[in-house]
Design a protein around this ligand. Structure first.
Ligand code: PRP
Ligand code: GLN
Ligand code: MG
Length: 504
């Protein structure tokens, strides 16, 4: 669930990429990287940690050029702390390519062999993104040969890439001296949205000056373009939404700023990842035509119906969210049940999202650092706590304990998503079923582990209805709740491999 962005600008692009990455920070905190193209020259900076602390003025000054891309990483293949695996990845042939990727490939073992034995390409890390880049480089070399590289040649190569790789991916690449390429997996599991704006008259003169100094074509492009994981990036930069990339679609913006696009997959279906709506994406984004915030309200609405059936009304007086992601659902639960909504957990805004931190020890410690229970909100009260999801149980276990310690007389817990019982292999780092608190346990057994008086989960069908309401999608990717993997290539043997291969 990394965050990715690509910008095509009339003038310098470095600040735009930086600003967009700040807006995507909630999608990855391990490392970050920016690459820019100044004509045929590529510049790159990769850093550990979060955007605001990562880059120095000197880095920004060296990121010259008008086309750029950026990444915030939450590792799902390889190691979170290894800077060599931070994105973007670079290959020098053909042309010079840098690439960023959100998602996870599921045929990395086969591809690694193919790269070694068929394509004679060297891989220097366990990253699936490095693999993806090398498949693209090989395909570009194959499809273009001695021809001049144009949009058609690029799309032929992407067609080949899509037929070779499996899994989930939103991808953006910069091809030196050519332009910006983006494509999305044939099931649209991972998101990617395209935006456009006019070149603002007040920046046109400065942009023209910059182009002169940096050897870029003198003619200003008509449009500036952005491709990003989430629509809030477009809104913040005053871009109009052109469209979400269709599953299997590739778009290419050439150096003159002309947009080209082609459907590059033979068979496509739109089956977006449910976890984006449950937890991952920011509430103010609209993804695949569905507002994240509104989908969370609807999950709250359905959860309220379940709570009404399962928890006696007299067993709770107040409804309380675990900040931040559970707020919309909790708000709606309180509203639907006619109970008071209270905020009893104060959140330390300087601690990041715990779930996407690497390693259980640091996640465990961070819950207490992040959340503090205010005694006045708990003393003598019967509290119904709402979270968007319970995955490893790291948060909920400690929260229940904190609520009792703060004086609550009854603590009930409700999750606005169903029990997470199966590994996620499409870009959320839960590779091992054993670490999931709901794996192999009944709801009653989970309640026992959490130590709450009641425990209620949203049902799978209710979640699907809440997320997909009014959409024209072909389905919903919810394998971690159902064990049904939509790409069809995920076997028991593969899940065993992932559990042993990936650190969580
Ligand atoms: O069962 P667990 O393994 O603890 O995972 C689930 C929790 O992790 C997430 O919160 P996080 O702190 O990452 O981010 P948030 O502030 O957006 O809620 C999510 O919102 C749940 O609270
Ligand atoms: N969360 C993601 O999208 C991860 C992308 C890629 N698989 C990595 O580990 O870097
Ligand atoms: Mg949370």
């Amino acid at each position: 669930m990394c965050g990715i962005v690509g910008h095509f600008s009339a003038g310098p692009v470095n600040q735009q990429v930086y600003d967009s990455l700040l807006l995507l920070q909630h999608r990855g905190q391990d490392s970050t990287g920016i690459a820019t193209a100044e004509g045929r020259t590529l510049h790159q900076a990769k850093k550990s940690g979060q955007v605001r602390e990562a880059y120095r003025t000197r880095d920004m000054r060296e990121l010259l050029g008008n086309i750029g891309l950026g990444h915030v990483r939450y590792a799902t293949k390889g190691h979170a702390t290894n800077l060599d695996e931070a994105q973007p990845f670079y290959v020098n042939a053909p042309y010079g390519i840098v690439l960023v990727h959100n998602g996870n490939l599921t045929n990395t073992r086969e591809l690694t062999l193919e790269m070694r034995e068929r394509d004679f390409r060297h891989l220097n890390s366990p990253s699936d993104t490095e693999l993806l880049l090398n498949v693209l480089a090989s395909s570009l070399q194959d499809s273009v040969g001695v021809r001049h590289l144009d949009a058609d040649g690029i799309f032929d190569a992407v067609t080949q890439v899509i037929s070779r790789i499996r899994g989930a991916y939103g991808t953006i690449a910069l091809i030196a001296g050519h332009g910006l390429l983006a494509f999305r997996d044939p099931m649209g599991i991972r998101p990617l949205v395209l935006g456009r704006r006019d070149v603002a008259p007040e920046t046109a003169e400065a942009a023209a000056g910059y182009r002169g100094v940096h050897g870029l074509p003198a003619t200003l492009p008509e449009s500036e373009w952005v491709v990003a994981s989430e629509s809030l990036v477009l809104e913040a930069g005053n871009y109009e939404v052109v469209r979400e990339l269709a599953p299997g679609e590739a778009v290419f913006i050439d150096e003159a700023g002309t947009l080209h696009s082609r459907q590059c997959a033979e068979e496509t279906r739109l089956v977006p990842c449910a976890f984006e709506y449950v937890y991952l994406a920011r509430p103010d984004s609209v993804m695949n035509g569905i507002s994240i915030y509104e989908s969370r309200l609807r999950m709250g609405e359905k959860l309220a119906e379940t709570i009404q059936r399962e928890i006696p009304d007299e067993d709770f007086d107040i409804v309380m969210p675990i900040p931040d992601s559970a707020r919309p659902a909790a708000l709606q639960v309180a509203h639907s049940l006619g109970k008071e909504y209270r905020e009893g957990f104060y959140k330390n805004r300087y601690v990041g999202r715990t779930f996407i931190m690497p390693g259980q020890a640091v996640r465990q410690k961070s819950v207490r650092q992040k959340l503090n229970a205010m005694r006045s909100e708990f003393e003598g009260k019967k509290v119904l706590i709402i979270d968007d999801s319970i995955v490893r149980g790291t948060t909920s276990r400690q929260i229940v304990e904190m609520a009792y310690q703060a004086g609550a007389v009854k603590v009930s817990f409700a999750s606005a998503a169903p029990p997470v019982r199966y590994p996620h292999v499409y870009g959320i780092n839960m590779p091992n079923a054993e670490e999931l608190v709901a794996h192999g346990r009944t709801v009653e057994e989970i309640r026992d582990v959490l130590g709450s008086d009641h425990l209620v989960y949203l049902g799978v069908e209710d979640m699907a209805e809440a997320i997909m309401a009014g959409s024209d999608w072909d389905g919903l990717e919810m394998s971690c709740f159902t064990g049904d993997y939509v790409t069809g290539d995920v076997t028991e043997e593969y899940l065993e491999f992932v559990a042993g291969d990936q650190e969580s």
